[in-house]
Unconditional design. Structure first.
Ligand code: NAD
Length: 481
């Protein structure tokens, strides 16, 4: 089946008339054909978004919220079909795929409820006659560039706040996972969203994404993806075009396990954080730093537990680790594992599974390494696959120093019963997201999300903080004549 761009409230063929097959990472099944759009398609979408902005901005918050709520209702009603499509194209296991669609529903409902929240502040003026207050105004047309690893949740956590605060949107989804975003467009189309308020152009990042960054009618870019692309976007969008830019990028997230931790719980936290979604989360655990008193016991249980995890078809209910999203991604992970075999000790995994039914998929067994030096590539580079590097340290001080010894600063976790050290960790660790006795991955939509150092720039996403990016403050001095 052929899918089309969503521009000005219509499903439109790409000007090129060219399409790209969307293939399942599990078995290569063709899941549909999606437009290989060109600059002219983006220009159409930008014109529609620009045209629709004045009327959309004038609607009340409650009116805008009604469209978000209707789109949420559509996703909720069709969660089975949409979840299955997401799983087939991205490869994450059943519970996680269905969970992601439900999460998109929560995000839409959260931002629909923003319609009842205060927008500014009243501040006493120096002048008794003056009513002094602030309000927020939308930016205009915003551009969203999104990755493949949360193909519904990330687009929705960007477009929901953009729309509720009165902006119009053009989105360019990752070309590996277009069907998930197609479902989001369909939800808004069914909701009767006014034409042009939300537009989607499918295609390559180097063509459509790059054009978005350059287009003068797009006032802001919210990007999630790799550091390499993010930095390019920032340089072009801010220096050449004066756009507002928000970047959410990579991570090398540490989990510290102290000697007093419950070993079985710590192992579950480690396995969940590192191997869910095949390790393809920006917040996935990739370094586990263990105090020496517990190291051997923890390592052995971690390795045994890792060997038990079912690698397989993501649609099977008992699969823990699905395929990597693409051949390129899978090859990159295998390449890093080969590097790891040279520079550290492989404890388990390190290869593709041998089952015949997985032979056409992009599978890698969950992998654990030890004896990793702090300057090894395994210790420093984001792998974005099911690979753990284990480190043994003398004490908390050495653990936190090692945890902070990275260019990234997205998420970190600690397993301990020691309240004093947990509190010190919260202060000492250089990240945007801190977990005490839970996985490094895992976010709730009502709180800010984002990191520090090379992981993020610009204001945080999600929760009330999203208003910082999608609006600007207006200060009003209201006086009598
Ligand atoms: P990517 O950078 O390759 O692509 C991200 C998006 O940018 C895609 O839509 C892509 O088509 C587009 N793009 C590519 N080249 C472009 C260009 N020249 N101009 C404009 N747009 C362009 O990333 P990916 O492989 O899709 O995702 C994996 C990366 O995303 C990992 O590094 C991961 O850590 C990161 N990520 C971060 C977060 C976070 O919130 N911090 C969340 C998920 C993923």
């Amino acid at each position: 089946m052929r899918y089309l761009n969503y521009i000005n409230g219509l499903w439109k063929e790409p000007t090129s008339r060219e399409y790209k097959e969307n293939l399942s990472p599990h078995n290569g099944e063709n899941l549909g054909e999606f437009p290989s759009s060109v600059a002219a398609d983006l220009h159409d979408a930008v014109a529609a978004g620009k045209r629709s902005f004045p009327a959309w901005k004038k609607l009340s918050f409650q009116q805008r919220a009604s469209y978000l709520q209707k789109a949420a209702d559509h996703l909720k009603k069709n969660v089975q079909e949409i979840g299955q499509d997401l799983i087939k194209e991205e490869g994450k296991p059943l519970a996680e795929g269905m969970g992601e669609v439900n999460r998109a529903v929560s995000i839409l409902e959260y931002y629909a409820a923003e319609a009842r929240q205060p927008l500014g502040e009243v501040i006493p003026s120096a002048n008794a006659e003056t009513f002094l207050y602030t309000t927020r105004t939308p930016l205009g047309l915003v551009g969203l560039i999104t990755p493949w690893n949360f193909p519904i949740a990330i687009p929705v956590w960007k477009l929901a706040p953009a729309l509720i605060y009165g902006n119009t949107v053009v989105i360019k989804p990752a070309d590996l996972t277009p069907k998930s975003v197609y479902h989001v467009m369909k939800a808004f189309d069914e909701a009767g969203l006014p034409a042009g308020v939300l537009n989607c152009v499918f295609g390559k990042g180097s063509v459509i994404g790059a054009e978005m960054v350059e287009h003068p009618d797009i006032k802001a870019i919210s990007f999630t993806g790799s550091n390499q692309v993010g930095i390019q976007i920032q340089n072009r969008a801010t220096t050449a075009n004066g756009k507002k830019v928000q970047l959410e990028m990579g991570g090398k997230n540490p989990l510290i396990v102290l000697s007093d931790a419950d070993v079985d719980k710590a192992v579950e936290i480690a396995v969940g954080g590192a191997f869910k979604s095949t390790g393809q989360k920006c917040t996935a655990t990739s370094r586990i730093i263990v105090e020496e008193g517990i190291y051997e016991v923890f390592r052995d249980r971690l390795v045994n537990r890792t060997k038990e995890l079912k690698v397989g078809n993501p649609l099977d209910g008992d699969t823990f680790v699905g395929p990597a999203v693409s051949k390129t991604q899978c090859d990159g992970v295998i390449k890093m594992i080969e590097v790891g075999k040279e520079e550290a000790t492989l404890l388990c995994g390190g290869e593709a599974p041998s089952e015949e039914e997985l032979a056409n998929g992009f599978y890698v067994k969950p992998t654990v390494f030890e004896n990793v030096s702090h300057d090894a590539r395994l210790a420093r580079e984001e792998i974005f696959g099911p690979v753990i590097a284990l480190f043994k340290v003398k004490n908390y001080e050495e653990a936190v120093e090692m945890a902070n010894d990275t260019e990234y600063g997205l998420s970190a976790a600690i397993c301990t019963n020691n309240l004093t050290l947990a509190q010190r960790f919260i202060e000492d660790i250089e990240v945007g997201l801190v977990h005490v006795n839970s996985e490094t991955a895992g976010t709730e939509p009502q709180v800010p999300f984002g990191g520090c150092k090379s992981s993020s720039t610009g204001s945080r996403e999600q929760g009330k903080t999203a208003i910082e990016f999608y609006t600007q403050v207006k200060t009003i001095y209201l006086d009598r004549m």
